[in-house]
Design a protein around this ligand. Sequence first.
Ligand code: 0L1
Ligand code: MG
Length: 260
Amino acid sequence: MSTWTVDRAATTLLACEDERTDREPITDQWPDLDLRTAYEIQDETLRRRLARGEHLVGVKLGLTSRAKQERMNISSPLVAWLTDAMVLPAGAPVPGARLIHPRVEPEIVFLMRERLAGPGVTAAQALAAVDRVYAGAEVIDSRYRDFRFTLPDVVADNASSGAFLVGAIGLRPEQLDLTLEAVLVEIDGRVVDSATGAAVQGNPAEALALAANDLARRGLAIEAGQLVLTGGMTDAVPAPAGARIAFHFSSLGSIHLSGG
Ligand code: 0L1
Ligand code: MG
């Protein structure tokens, strides 16, 4: 019988984060860890973040694009939490000194005007609850060595949350075509990857609906005023000290980051 519990897993993952140490996947020692329990671990880590003074600012989706799913060899999207401690001020470098092995990915971000509660939310209903759409950059940082994990592992680990940045241009949803919104990923002046919003579940609004419906299974909802990161559009890129990373969106502007 496994000696792992929700409490022990939450303590272990938050300690890895605080101490900047990586580890083997929890499922190596707790192979029976199921998704429901993994989300309980995720919620327990959120409870502890809030207890130490962080504030919940939104929701993030992970593994919503084929590029990300193929890289991680996991075919199901997942949902996790964003707190204010993860916000990266514009112009700040990737906080390499507090992270283990950060990687950066471009995302489409929604700012919610209304509460969105599943089940049964459609993409159109989801979009109707959005106030503004932004470009975003997520700095992911798995607590698992070499980013090796199963779906329950990464759910428990709050979907590799690290830091995130929201761009300066906020458009109303009707001002752009989310499926055609393109991003070019540039590193040190060289374009290394590209995608459009269609990479994210066919339409980022589908990802938003998915998040609301998924949260509803736990009796939760996306609240007005919260941000939703809809998931990496491309594979994530490493952010070594000194690297100059830019995500150029077709309508939402550019986000510039330096490796730290
Ligand atoms: O580490 C990971 O790539 C899992 C989190 C996925 C984040 C994303 O797809 O946006
Ligand atoms: Mg992401």
